[in-house]
Ligand binder design. Structure first.
Ligand SMILES: Nc1ncnc2c1ncn2[C@@H]1O[C@H](COP(=O)(O)OP(=O)(O)OP(=O)(O)O)[C@@H](O)[C@H]1O
Length: 253
């Protein structure tokens, strides 16, 4: 579903991503992890064509990213940004409806659009806010609306940047389980997660970025070793047998 080869990304005069190579198969759930500033958002935005790479190639569903039109790309890939601020006074259902633009010729929603909009709003528990202004929602409620919008887009690849960062523990579990269920229906999910326990619990594979490079990519028990947590996050951690992590001590950077 995603093939990234020899990817280099520069922002301003700073090289942010260096020689990134990885492959994601259809139906996988990938947790994108790494310390603050390691390049996770830059990588997601580059895959979503919001940032242009300096060098390298990205293929989506076997086709060079650059060969897609904007609308065609939106039918292949949806993206949930880290920042869900919006300045316009749309109601919640109008925001979710924007996810359907790639599927229609005219602005008017058809019956199929309306069905999937409602289905995804019910699935994310945002249907109850449908007539409220997006400006009047809390940060967590807004995050749920942006997830609903991306799911209504019904693309086979879903990229999410810290989609549960503003959610309480119930909605963290609810959204990650929902994404997991979508992968069992064939969707591919790549999501930035800071909580390593959630990342290891829900992801089939973890991609660990450090200083703009792929440090490791594999199953969570290969990626999240005590040695690597020390080297990457500067924590003395104990991986319990149930694979939950106890952060015991933090060493000064
Ligand atoms: N527009 C920009 N111009 C220059 N440098 C940038 C720009 N945007 C991000 N950076 C730098 O790129 C690096 C990677 O940023 P990025 O947001 O991709 O990291 P991240 O892993 O997502 O971080 P976080 O976990 O804090 O969200 C950081 O050092 C950041 O300062």
């Amino acid at each position: 579903m995603i093939d990234v080869s020899n990817l280099h990304v520069t922002l301003g005069d700073k090289q942010i991503l260096k020689n990134i190579n990885f492959h994601v198969a259809p139906g996988e759930f990938i947790g994108l992890i790494g310390p603050n500033g390691s390049g996770k958002t830059t990588l997601l935005k580059t895959i979503a064509q919001l940032i242009t790479a300096k060098e390298g190639k990205i293929k989506i569903a076997g086709k060079d990213q650059k060969a897609y039109s904007h609308k065609e790309m939106a039918r292949h890939l949806s993206y949930v940004p880290q920042d869900t601020h919006i300045d316009f006074n749309f109601n919640v259902k109008e925001v979710v409806s924007m996810g359907r633009h790639a599927h229609r010729e005219f602005l008017q929603s058809n019956k199929a659009d309306e069905e999937i909009i409602k289905e995804m709003m019910l699935a994310t528990n945002t249907w109850r806010f449908r007539d409220d202004s997006i400006l009047n929602l809390s940060g967590g409620q807004r995050q749920l609306v942006f997830i609903a919008k991306a799911l209504a887009q019904d693309a086979p690849l879903i990229l999410l940047d810290e989609p549960v960062s503003a959610l309480d523990i119930y909605y963290q579990m609810h959204i990650l389980k929902l994404l997991q269920a979508l992968t069992s229906q064939g969707k591919t999910v790549v999501t930035v997660l800071h909580d390593l326990n959630l990342a290891s619990r829900f992801s089939e594979k973890l991609l660990l970025l450090q200083n703009g490079e792929v440090r490791t990519f594999g199953h969570s028990n290969e990626v999240l070793t005590e040695k690597r947590l020390k080297e990457t996050y500067h924590i003395d951690a104990k991986i319990r047998r149930d694979e939950l992590i106890d952060a015991l001590n933090v060493t000064p950077l």
